[in-house]
Design a protein around this ligand. Structure first.
Ligand code: SAH
Length: 346
């Protein structure tokens, strides 16, 4: 067992079983050994590949969306382009390049604010964005964005936030906990049922699992309140379902493969699917409108095929092949096109 696993085992022995959300938070964000504080998970050699790392077209099209949204929102003067969980900074770099090129007036008034928990990634993002001659501001929390019109982008950020799980036992919902049985970590139901079962699905059978993402909902409410008060919009891109439902979506990924959830703590990415219906309701409670569609339809609507054609013009056959492959991966129904959803909040 690694050092983080040993610390979690000790914590459980001293204080009792822990919630799935505590476990996720420790595995992902432990300051010493957390997955995001330690590893550099992105890219072909890493644990997973995200859309901006597949192709520059992704960030360019989102940059074009930002320009249109900025104009429709009639933003004048200083404004914030914020990104939550910017990873290697690739998406922000591709957006900034596009905005600078197509809309220099909008670029001139733009301030970059990033929300990033990992010090290592913050350094990477600062380096990557150096060529744009913009001061890169880091905010400690979603509520710390400056009081001015704001467009917020988040790609594969919400899936990394801790979730709670509940398991149905004899007709009642119990929080699903992680304990230690003397040999291994195990999932187990909390001894008593939850008292707030009204927030959980009413129809369920023994063994069913339900999920809640309190951290995601809190951030969604904060960003929606900010947009409502200051003007602007948010674009949330992630994998998940458009309708709330039952099901265990917690997964660990390392080296592009599923990994055991309760082993090698901090060495695999732990994520859960996004409940877009719940996020939509959170935005609506703050007075925002929220609409969603699949990533495939969003990118095609923004001109993915046209951009691919432009990029490929005059290139070698193998370069054109790479571009075609990227289009398929980003928008193809068997790949990211359908599983990934885009939520627009205004
Ligand atoms: N958007 C990037 C990276 C996705 S990975 C891309 O598409 O490639 C998730 C990102 O969110 C990482 O940068 C990670 O460090 C950051 N992150 C995860 N949980 C966070 C939290 N609670 N607060 C701030 N940043 C977080």
């Amino acid at each position: 067992m690694n050092a983080l696993g040993l610390r979690i085992k000790t914590l459980i022995e001293e204080t009792g079983p822990i919630s799935v959300s505590t476990y996720m938070a420790l595995c992902l964000m432990d300051p010493e050994d957390g997955y995001y504080t330690q590893a550099t998970p992105f890219g072909r050699d890493g644990d997973f590949i995200t859309a901006p790392e597949i192709s520059q077209m992704f960030g360019e099209l989102i940059g074009a969306w930002v320009i249109t949204t900025h104009r429709e929102a009639k933003i004048n003067g200083p404004w914030t382009l914020a990104e939550f969980g910017p990873g290697q900074g690739t998406l922000m770099a591709d957006m900034l390049r596009t905005i600078r090129q197509i809309a220099p007036d909008i670029f001139a008034h733009l301030h970059v604010h990033l929300l990033e928990a990992s010090p290592k990634l913050r350094d990477k993002q600062r380096d990557k964005l150096m060529p744009f001659d913009k001061q890169i501001h880091f905010v400690g929390a979603a509520g710390d964005l400056p009081a001015q019109p704001t467009i917020i982008i988040a790609n594969e950020f919400f899936d990394a936030l801790p979730i709670r799980q509940f398991i149905s036992v004899q007709g009642k919902w119990h929080e699903r906990l992680i304990g230690w049985n003397g040999k291994a970590f195990t999932f187990q139901p909390a001894p008593l049922p939850v008292s707030h079962a009204q927030d959980l699905p009413t129809a369920h059978q023994d063994g069913d699992i339900a999920e809640q993402a309190p951290a995601s909902l809190a951030i969604m409410q904060t960003l929606s309140a900010h947009i409502k008060a200051q003007g602007g919009a948010a674009l949330i891109i992630d994998y998940g379902h458009l309708k709330s439902g039952l099901g265990d979506t917690l997964q660990a990924v390392a080296n592009h493969q599923y990994a055991p959830l309760l082993e090698a703590q901090g060495e695999a990415d732990l994520t859960a699917h996004i409940d877009f219906e719940a996020l939509t309701k959170a935005a609506q409670t703050e007075g925002c409108t929220a609409t969603s569609e699949t990533q495939g339809s969003f990118l095609l609507r923004l001109g993915l095929l046209e951009r691919a054609g432009q990029l490929g013009a005059g290139k070698t056959t193998s370069e054109q092949e790479t571009i075609r492959d990227a289009v398929e991966r980003l928008a193809g129904p068997e790949q990211m096109g359908t599983l990934f959803k885009v939520l627009m909040v205004m």
